[in-house]
Ligand binder design. Structure first.
Ligand SMILES: *[C@@H]1O[C@H](CO)[C@@H](O)[C@H](O)[C@H]1NC(C)=O
Length: 207
């Protein structure tokens, strides 16, 4: 039930339903292991620019949700686009803004408010521990990952997310919900990776 509430709250947080968009533009052009910045960022912009106003609006969840679905669809490493495609002052700079577009939107927010929106998703505070958790889980060693997580006194949003994401990858959708709910209780803000898991779990559980 709690899960259904999260799912509803999340879908209300962004007016575009990113779940059902076509990510082929990006996934056909941006491929590992190199993930060449030129084609990755070009395709990313081609996809994201139609939603630039929403994505650069820090008052909604669109950017977080969009990145989550891009990463989910392309199985991209977290932070790929935010690290490779950061440009200029604006979070997302699009080639041809409509000429009528004013510098401030109708709510009076300056375009400077959008500064660094992509930077918010940087994975700078990802610790090796979190990489280990992800690694264990990607190999299916759920118990080892959980042990590593439990042995750490202060888990940050990134380690919660590694755990949740790993559970989801292993098809353990119900198990993934418990740590997610803990993040809420602990007042840890779930990050991009936690949200992708949550959104995915929403779909899998039919919540
Ligand atoms: C998604 O877009 C690609 C072209 O970019 C197209 O070939 C494909 O059929 C589309 N898929 C769906 C499900 O619409």
């Amino acid at each position: 039930m709690l899960m259904a509430m999260y799912c509803l709250a999340l879908s209300a947080a962004c007016p575009v339903n990113f779940e059902f968009l076509n990510y082929t533009i990006i996934t056909s052009q941006c491929k590992g292991p190199q993930y060449p910045p030129s084609s990755c960022c070009a395709s990313f912009k081609e996809f994201a620019c139609p939603y630039a106003n929403l994505i650069n609006d820090l008052t909604n969840e669109c950017a977080t949700i969009m990145f989550s679905y891009i990463n989910l669809n392309g199985k991209y490493p977290p932070g790929l686009f935010s690290n490779e495609c950061k440009d200029g002052k604006l979070g997302l700079e699009c080639p041809a803004p409509p000429p009528s577009e004013p510098a401030s939107d109708k709510n009076g927010r300056s375009i400077d408010d959008a500064e660094g929106v992509l930077g918010e998703f940087s994975e700078e505070n990802m610790l090796p521990k979190n990489a280990m958790i992800s690694g264990y889980l990607s190999e299916g060693h759920v118990d080892k990952a959980r042990k590593m997580f439990d042995n750490t006194a202060a888990n940050d949003a990134a380690s919660w997310s590694a755990l949740i994401t790993g559970y989801i990858k292993n098809g353990m959708h119900a198990e993934a919900l418990a740590p997610f709910q803990d993040t809420i209780v602990s007042h840890i803000l779930p990050n991009e990776a936690a949200l992708v898991s949550l959104l995915f779990a929403c779909g899998q559980l039919g919540a």
